[in-house]
Design a binder for this molecule. Structure first.
Ligand code: PGA
Length: 249
């Protein structure tokens, strides 16, 4: 049985004060359940968040990680640095990174490998744009995004990784993929892995992301191949985020 996982992606939002108060509100509403929960906060708030979460089952993640180990890479944050703040997860290949900052499939694959070297679970984001969907390229785009990581890391690496299917047209737009649309792609991804290794495929957590809210989470999470969500906007409100988490139980 795969555990469900709900991850908040705060993106470039927050402050020291908000980090402390939002973490506190989430923790105070947590009940011990069968699902995992994490927040991916801006790098500069990792320390505050790590302190706030200590001893709770709210886990911590980063929103990216460098594609190099260390050295002259101004502005980058390495996986070893993230490990010092007890990061369990690191998002890699978020569509905002791919489209605004040029993170290529190859660099996403390198980031994925860097995270794993430090025993940080990469949350690998894949997904198509609206134009790609309309041109029937959804599956080929996802194939390319996955193939780059499979080539660099190998199938075994997916024993310790999470995938997030995030259709770009659904991110921050209020347009969610229907339960069936999302399930279709999740099933495709799982079957693709199953061709190489059925056991890894059956254990792989595949999250859905893109305008998940308290009112649509239950339907999405009930689908056979959807194992939770990567939540942007709705993770900035403790009450709404907790409702999404409860929907995963
Ligand atoms: P959203 O973002 O929930 O605000 O659509 C999801 C994401 O980008 O991970």
């Amino acid at each position: 049985m795969r555990r469900k996982l709900v991850v908040g992606n705060w993106k470039m939002n927050g402050s020291k004060e908000m980090t402390a108060s939002l973490c506190k509100s989430i923790i105070s509403g947590l009940t011990q359940t069968g699902a995992d929960i994490a927040v991916c906060v801006p790098y500069v708030y990792l320390s505050d968040a790590a302190n706030a979460l200590k001893g709770t089952h709210l886990q911590l993640g980063s929103q990216n990680v460098a594609d190099q180990t260390s050295g002259a890479y101004t502005g980058e944050i390495s996986a070893a640095m993230l490990k010092e703040f007890d990061c369990t997860y690191a998002i890699v290949g978020h569509s905002e990174r791919r489209s605004y900052y040029g993170d290529s499939n190859e660099s996403v694959a390198a980031r994925f490998c860097q995270a794993q070297k430090q025993d940080i679970l990469p949350i690998l984001c894949v997904g198509e744009t609206l134009e790609q969907r309309e041109n029937d390229q959804t599956f080929s785009v996802i194939d390319e995004q996955l193939d780059a990581v499979l080539a660099a890391a190998g199938i075994e690496a997916f024993k310790s990784a999470v995938i997030a299917y995030e259709p770009v047209w659904a991110i921050g737009t209020g347009k969610t993929a229907s339960d069936e649309q999302a399930q279709e792609v999740h099933k495709y991804i799982r079957e693709r892995f199953a061709k190489q290794n059925p056991e890894i495929a059956s254990q792989l957590q595949i999250l859905y992301g893109g305008s998940v809210k308290a009112d649509n989470a239950k339907g999405l999470f009930a689908m056979a191949d959807i194992d939770g969500g990567l939540i942007g906007g709705a993770s900035l409100d403790a009450e709404g985020f907790l409702k999404i988490y409860q929907a995963a139980n």
